[in-house]
Design a protein around this ligand. Sequence first.
Ligand SMILES: *Cc1c(COP(=O)(O)O)cnc(C)c1O
Length: 393
Amino acid sequence: MSYHVNENGYFGSFGGAYIPEMLYPNIEELKRVYSQMISDPAFTAEYTQLLRDYVGRPSPLYLAERLSQKYGASIYLKREDLNHTGAHKINNTVGQILLAERLGKKRIIAETGAGQHGVATATVCALKGLECVVYMGEVDIERQAPNVARMKMMGATVIPATSGSKTLKDATNEALRDWINNPADTHYIIGSVVGPHPYPDMVARFQSIISEETKWQLKEKTGSTEPDYVLACVGGGSNAMGMFYHFLDDANVRLIAVEAAGKGVDSGETAATTLLGKEGVLHGSRSIVMQTEDGQVVEPYSISAGLDYPGIGPQHAHLYASKRAQYVSITDDEAMEAALLLTQLEGIIPAIESAHAFAYLDKMQFKGGETVVVCLSGRGDKDLNTYMKYFGL
Ligand SMILES: *Cc1c(COP(=O)(O)O)cnc(C)c1O
C-alpha cells in the first residue's frame, strides 16, 4: 500500500483540491513551481543551509533517562522545541518562503492557532524582507499574547478572526478568503498538512526532516534505525507527519497519533477528530472532519490552541482508515499532568500540544526495553500563562 500522494493529489480516498475557481491558477502555478523546486539542487542547498545555520538543525535526539526509568522503556525525545522560534513550524515556513521567492510573490499570508506558525511565518518574512499578514482567532490572540507580540515586533500585521469559535478554523477561513481576493501578489503559507493539494504533501515533505534525522540519530545511539513506537500529537498533523514520514514503510514501527480530547470525548468540548469525525471537505481537501448530521463543522475545543482544529490532514485520514497509524486522544487534564511530569523529571517545559503525546505514555503497556521516540514539537514558553492559571503558580 502507498501512504503517499498520487498524481491526482489523493491519499487513498482523501485529499484533492476543493477550491473556488478563482484559485485554480494559483494552485496550478504552485504545483508546477513546487515540483520544479524540489528537484532543483540549488533549492536543496539553500534549504539545508538555512535549516542548519538559521534554524539550528539537526535538532537533538535526547534519551530521557528519568522518564525512561518511570515507564520501563527507552524514551527518546526529538527536540523540535530547540529550533529557532521554539517549534517544528519553522521547518515548513523556511521551505515555503523559498517557494514564495520562486513564485515571485511579495505578500505572504498565514493562519495561526497557538501563534507558533504565525511567528515562524513572520520570522521568515523578516528574513527575506516580505510583507506578512497573519490571521488569528480572537480567543487565541488572548491566550497566546507573547506570540502576538513577537509577530508584531517582526513587522507582521495580525488580524483577529472574530467568527465561530474565534480559533484556528476561523483564522483559516479568513486566510483563504484573503487569498481568493489577492490571488496575484500573495502566497498563502499554510501551517499544517491540510488545505488543497499540493499543500498536505508539501508541508509533510518539509517536515520530514524530523524523521530523516531521527533515523540516523537512532542508528548512532542504538545501532538500529527502527524504534518500536513513534508518538506525536496531532492538530492538523504536521509534526506527526514529519515524525512518521520516513517510518511509513517500516511495518515494524508502530505509529501513534495523539489528538486532543479537550474536556473529554463525550463532553461536547473536544478536538478528537478521528473518534468523532466523518468524511467531509474542510479547507480545500477531503478528510475526516468533526461535523453535525447535516454537515456543519462542529466547533472544536482544546486547552492547547495548536490542537484546537476540527479536522486532520488527508494523509492522516488515510493512515487512520488504512490502520497504518493508531489514533488516540488525551484530555486537557491528562496533558497538563504530563507537562508537569516532564518538567519535573527532565527539566523540560513542553508546549501543551506536545504534552498530549507524552500523556499517552501513561496508557501504554511496556514489556521492558522497547525503544520509543516522542516528538517534542515545541517548548512551553508560550503557554506559561495557561500553566500559571491551571496550576495556580
Ligand atoms: C502548531 C503546533 C502543533 C499542532 O500542529 P500540527 O500541524 O498538528 O503539528 C503541535 N505542537 C506545537 C508545539 C505547535 O506549535
